[in-house]
Each structure stands twice: as structure tokens, then as C-alpha cells.
Write a new protein. Structure first.
Length: 113
């Protein structure tokens, strides 16, 4: 059986701290990943939006239910897919684009299970 996701005060040190990225630095990181294959830039882009994935996990769990760790894993996959496919030249922010991929991964997971 799956273990529920329980963020506690003692485990907060394991969750990366959210770093706010402004639009120019977000676009610079995305271009660096897309054009040069800079893995560190992709990782920084993804970890800065980790709170978005955690919030989506809590929303997907339903009222009064503990968030599922499998959903959190799939949302991280959604973040990685968003980073791979994001085009900063279209003028959108990464969080807007990533939210779509996170929701798509949740739906795929729920359909499969």
C-alpha cells in the first residue's frame, strides 16, 4: 500500500526551498537548458517550482485525504516534461506552462490506476 505524503516540520529540510525566479532569469534558465543542454539550469528551474507540484498534490488528493506520494512523483515528472518542452520565446511564464503538464500527469496517473 502507498505511504501518504506527510510534510512535517522535521522533513522540511529535505524539501528544497522555493526560490522566486523573475521572468528574465526564468527565460535565461530555460534557454540555457534548451540551447546548451545545461542540466543545472533545468534543475534550478524545476526546483524553484517544486511548491507548485506540492500544492497540486494536495489539491489532487481531495478534501480530508492525505496526498499520495505516487501523485507527487508523477507531478515531478510533469515538471520535468514542462522544462523539456517550455519555449520562453512565446511570452508565457514557466509556472503557467508547468501547471498544465502537472495536471496532465495527474490525469494520466488517475486513468491508469
Amino acid at each position: 500500500m502507498n505511504n501518504p505524503f506527510r510534510p512535517s516540520r522535521t522533513n522540511r529540510k529535505y524539501v528544497p526551498r522555493a526560490e522566486f525566479l523573475d521572468a528574465p532569469s526564468e527565460a535565461r534558465l530555460a534557454r540555457s537548458w534548451r540551447d546548451e543542454g545545461d542540466v543545472a539550469a533545468r534543475n534550478r528551474l524545476v526546483t524553484s517550482h517544486q511548491a507548485l507540484a506540492i500544492a497540486a498534490t494536495i489539491r489532487a488528493g481531495g478534501k480530508g485525504r492525505e496526498p499520495d506520494t505516487d501523485i507527487l512523483r508523477h507531478e515531478n515528472i510533469g515538471l520535468l516534461k514542462a522544462a523539456d518542452r517550455f519555449d520562453p520565446d512565446k511570452g508565457f511564464r514557466f509556472s503557467t506552462y508547468a501547471a498544465w503538464w502537472i495536471r496532465a500527469e495527474i490525469q494520466d496517473y488517475k486513468i491508469q490506476n
